[in-house]
Ligand binder design. Structure first.
Ligand code: AMP
Length: 459
């Protein structure tokens, strides 16, 4: 067994203190397997999924080599999507707190390039972005990778699925040869192997089984007739009353139907789908993660790469024909030592998929009749929090602590009534207990945050 204490690694005392502060008591399996290799400077292929702690697995070696007194870009993290890039940046910022003034920029497409070019003029120690935009910034000379020490390919399989091979190759052609290259991928298809062969030097491979401790997840299966499926979702929610539920559908059309039905039944539900623009998508995710929305309805594609773990329940509105995907879906439930709940609705025509799931899990599925579900209470399922959007953010130098201060100071809220605070460049989203939302909103609109008057609204 590998040692699991961070203190067994060659990390600075400041970093160890910071990890401790972040509550990282021990290494996750992928961290324990990969950090001794990556901190020694070797190239790495790591097979690890979202939620495994992979971000810290590449962030620690990258930060260990960083010289904050040198303003040149010393690390580049390539990600398939903007959401993942945002998550990576957030985690990097938390981990970089041990060092003074490490500047990290997210550089993704879908938004104008000019502000990114302007930010780059001040230098960025670490760039996190999607391959297309990084390449564009290199093309116009806004980004310079000549002093780059660490290259990270995050979710390499997904980047290739999205057709980023050429862009990745072009970006790498501008990186120094003596760099360290860390490749992370949930799967290892031939395309990723090719990428590794072409762009890494004697990489060491580590793999951590995606299987979770399945005794932790209670799985119930329900056979449904065609016209029972949508009402059954509401029935499950009323019966089990989970605070946060991710509901998976196999198609976008089904997502839409489920969403409409849940909203008509009085649930606070949102959907994640391709037609949302980036801003709306971010808002949906923020509201779900901060517990202002009870149910998020999504397809596998829409949910991929999202850092939404530790949910009370996953509902498979449709079971998936791919058993590995089933394991991946239900792995999002179960928080720490608490058990999770995976509820599965299965039509007659989907029964043959169940055999494959049973084979992979090595045990039989537990079936329950739908009519066993009773709405223990007719009370609607109401999310505990409400989201307030503050117009003003990082660009105005407002931090999470300033918002917390305003709400608990003059606002009169207790610390417990303030939930997650998401700080973006131009706006901040703060979750507050539903019962004190109006009071909190008034406190912000009538008072000051960090000495400034700001506008706020309920999302
Ligand atoms: P990731 O797989 O990088 O998206 O990480 C999933 C979550 O686990 C993130 O919220 C991390 O902050 C958290 N995390 C990563 N490493 C550790 C650790 N060693 N101990 C506790 N939490 C961790």
């Amino acid at each position: 067994m590998q040692p699991t204490l961070f203190s067994t690694l060659p990390l600075s005392a400041a970093m160890l203190t910071n990890l401790d502060r972040l509550g990282y008591a021990k290494m996750t399996p992928i961290q324990a397997a990969s950090l001794p290799i990556s901190l020694a400077g070797d190239d790495l292929i790591a097979q690890a999924a979202t939620g495994s702690g992979k971000t810290a697995a590449f962030a620690l070696p990258l930060l260990a080599k960083l010289d904050a007194t040198n303003r040149a870009t010393q690390a580049l993290v390539l990600c398939p999507t903007r959401e993942l890039a945002d998550q990576v940046t957030q985690e990097l910022r938390r981990l970089a707190r041990a060092e003074d003034n490490v500047k990290i920029l997210t550089l993704c497409g879908g938004i104008p390039m000019r502000p990114q070019r302007a930010s780059l003029e001040f230098g960025a120690h670490i760039a996190v972005g999607t391959p297309g935009r990084i390449m564009d910034l290199l093309d116009v000379g806004a980004l310079d990778l000549r002093e780059m020490k660490t290259l990270v390919l995050d979710e390499a399989d997904r980047m290739l699925d999205m057709g980023f091979y050429d862009d990745i190759a072009k970006v790498i052609s501008q990186c120094p040869r003596d760099r360290q290259t860390l490749l992370f991928s949930a799967t290892y298809p031939p395309g990723v192997e090719g990428l590794a062969k072409q762009f890494q030097r004697n990489p060491k491979t580590v793999k951590v089984e995606a299987q979770h401790d399945d005794t932790k997840i209670r799985q119930y299966f329900y056979e449904v007739e065609k016209d029972q499926r949508l009402p059954a979702v509401s029935l499950l929610l009323r019966h089990f009353r989970p605070t946060s539920t991710l509901a998976f559908c196999n198609t976008k059309a089904k997502c839409k139907d489920v969403l409409e039905r849940l909203q008509a039944d009085g649930f606070s539900a949102l959907a994640l789908h391709g037609e949302l623009d980036q801003k709306d998508r971010d808002q949906v995710l923020i509201q779900f993660a901060n517990k202002s929305c009870s149910v998020l309805v999504a397809t596998d594609v829409a949910a991929r790469g999202l850092d939404i773990q530790g949910l009370d329940a996953v509902i498979n509105v449709d079971v998936t024909p791919e058993p590995e995907l089933h394991i991946h879906r239900i792995g999002r439930t179960g928080r720490g030592d608490e058990s999770g709940l995976a509820l599965n609705l299965v039509g007659m025509n989907e029964m043959h998929w169940i055999n494959k799931i049973e084979d992979l899990q090595g045990r039989e599925c537990e079936w329950h009749p739908l009519d066993e579900l009773t709405s223990s209470s007719n009370e609607p399922l109401i999310p505990p929090m409400t989201t307030i959007q503050i117009l003003g953010g990082r660009k105005e130098k407002i931090r999470a602590g300033d918002v917390l201060g305003a709400l608990t100071g003059e606002g009169g809220l207790t610390k417990e009534q303030v939930g997650k605070i998401n700080v973006n460049d131009f706006s901040i989203y703060v979750a507050v207990s539903r019962g004190v939302a109006k009071q909190a909103l008034a406190a912000i609109n009538n008072g000051k945050v960090k000495g400034k008057s700001v506008k706020a609204r309920l999302v």
